[in-house]
Design a protein around this ligand. Structure first.
Ligand SMILES: Cc1cc2nc3c(=O)[nH]c(=O)nc-3n(C[C@H](O)[C@H](O)[C@H](O)COP(=O)(O)OP(=O)(O)OC[C@H]3O[C@@H](n4cnc5c(N)ncnc54)[C@H](O)[C@@H]3O)c2cc1C
Length: 325
C-alpha cells in the first residue's frame, strides 16, 4: 500500500540554500542578516510541525471534507487545533512584510515553507496562502485605520483572509464583475452580489475572516477599470477592535473539488454587507493584483509540494511492492 507518511524535504532546501547556486543565496538576499544555516533551521522546524501536526490530518481531512451546516462551514476534527498551533508557532507572521510587523522571510525561505505546508496538507496550506496574499495587498494600499483594524489581526493569524474576484459570469474576464458597492452616508459601502470559488471563504478555525472583494461602484467606467477593492469582514469590528454582529455575508455552498476537500472553497452571497474602500476608487484591480500575484506564486508552491508528496508515495510503493518472485 502507498505510504501516507510525509518526509519534509528540509535537507534538500538546506543544500539548495548553501551549495546549489555556488553561494549562500539566503545571505545574499538578506545582506547577510540571515544565512543558509538559519534558513535550514527554520525549515527543519517547519518540517517537524508539518510531519507531526499537518500531515496526519491530510487524508482524514480529505475523506471527511469541509461541511456546511446551518449556514456555517465546519472543518474536519483537528483542523482548528492545528491552526491555533500553527499561528502560535508564528508561521503566518513569518511571511508578512516587516512594514506590516512580520518577520519578512526571504522569498527562497517562503518557497521552502510553501512546499512543505502543501506537501503535508494542501487543503490546510491554502488558508496560509490566502492570508499571506491579503496581508501583502493591505500592506501595499490600506489606510492607517484599516491597517490597524485588519492587517495586525491577519499578521498574527488571529483572523484569516480571502480573495473575492470570481463570479458566476466573471472568471478570467474580471471586467464582467457585477458585484455592486453603494456608498452610505457614514462612509461605509453596501456590498451586494455573489462570489464563487472563494478559497477558505468560511470556516470555524479563526474568529473572523477578512474578505477582500472586487466590486463596481455607481458611475464607474465599464470593464476592469471600474472596479474598486473593499474589505468586508465576516463579523463586524467595533471602534475598540472588539467583534460585533455578523456582517451580511452568507455562505451558500461549498464547491466540489478533487483532493482538497478540507479546503472550504465557498459560494458567498453579499447581501448589502458593510464594506470599507481599500486604496483609491477604481484602483481595485491593481490593488488586487498584489494578492493575485501572491496567490500565483503560492500555486507554484502547491505544485512542488504535491509533486514531492506524490513522488514519496510512489517511491515507497515501488520499493515495497513484491513482484516476479
Ligand atoms: C480550487 C479553486 C479555488 C479557487 N479560489 C479562488 C479564490 O479564492 N478567489 C477567486 O476569486 N477565485 C478563485 N477561483 C476561481 C479561479 O480564479 C477561476 O476559476 C479562474 O479565474 C478562471 O475562471 P473560470 O473558471 O470562470 O474559467 P473561464 O474564465 O470560463 O475560462 C475557461 C477557459 O477559457 C479560457 N479563456 C477565458 N477567456 C478567454 C479569452 N478571452 N481568450 C482566450 N481564452 C480564454 C481560460 O484561459 C480557460 O482555459 C478558484 C478556483 C478553483 C478551481
Amino acid at each position: 500500500m502507498p505510504t501516507q507518511s510525509y518526509a519534509p524535504p528540509a535537507a534538500d532546501y538546506a543544500f539548495l540554500y548553501r551549495d546549489a547556486f555556488g553561494r549562500d543565496i539566503v545571505a545574499g538576499a538578506t545582506g547577510g542578516e540571515m544565512t543558509a544555516e538559519d534558513a535550514a533551521e527554520i525549515l527543519a522546524g517547519a518540517g517537524d510541525f508539518a510531519a507531526e501536526v499537518l500531515a496526519p490530518l491530510d487524508r482524514p481531512g480529505d475523506q471527511i471534507g469541509a461541511r456546511l451546516e446551518n449556514g456555517q462551514v465546519r472543518l474536519p476534527a483537528g483542523f482548528a487545533e492545528a491552526y491555533q498551533a500553527f499561528i502560535e508557532s508564528g508561521w503566518v507572521t513569518a511571511v508578512a512584510p516587516a512594514s506590516a510587523g512580520g518577520d519578512d522571510l526571504p522569498a527562497s525561505v517562503q518557497a521552502g515553507l510553501g512546499e512543505i505546508w502543501n506537501g503535508a496538507n494542501a487543503a490546510f496550506a491554502l488558508c496560509w496562502m490566502l492570508s499571506a496574499g491579503a496581508i501583502h495587498a493591505l500592506d501595499a494600499v490600506a489606510s492607517e485605520e484599516l491597517r490597524e483594524t485588519y492587517l495586525t489581526k491577519l499578521v498574527s493569524g488571529e483572523w484569516t483572509g480571502t480573495m473575492n474576484l470570481t463570479e458566476p459570469d466573471a472568471g478570467t474576464d474580471l471586467g464582467a464583475i457585477r458585484t455592486f458597492a453603494t456608498p452610505r452616508e457614514d462612509g461605509t459601502w453596501a456590498i451586494r452580489g455573489q462570489k464563487i470559488f472563494i478559497t477558505w471563504g468560511d470556516h470555524d478555525v479563526a474568529e473572523n475572516i477578512v474578505h477582500l472583494v472586487l466590486a463596481r461602484t455607481p458611475d464607474a467606467p465599464a470593464g476592469s477599470r471600474g472596479l474598486s477593492l473593499f474589505v468586508v469582514p465576516r463579523t463586524l469590528v467595533a471602534a475598540d477592535g472588539s467583534l460585533g454582529e455578523r456582517n451580511a455575508v452568507e455562505t451558500v455552498a461549498i464547491e466540489h473539488k478533487l483532493g482538497i476537500h478540507a479546503s472550504p472553497t465557498c459560494v458567498l452571497s453579499y447581501e448589502d454587507a458593510t464594506g470599507y474602500l481599500v486604496g483609491p476608487l477604481h484602483g481595485g484591480l491593481s490593488a488586487m493584483f498584489v494578492m493575485m500575484n501572491s496567490a500565483r506564486v503560492g500555486m507554484g508552491h502547491q505544485a512542488t509540494g504535491i509533486a514531492e508528496r506524490a513522488y514519496q508515495a510512489a517511491a515507497a510503493y515501488a520499493a515495497d511492492r513484491r513482484q516476479g518472485g
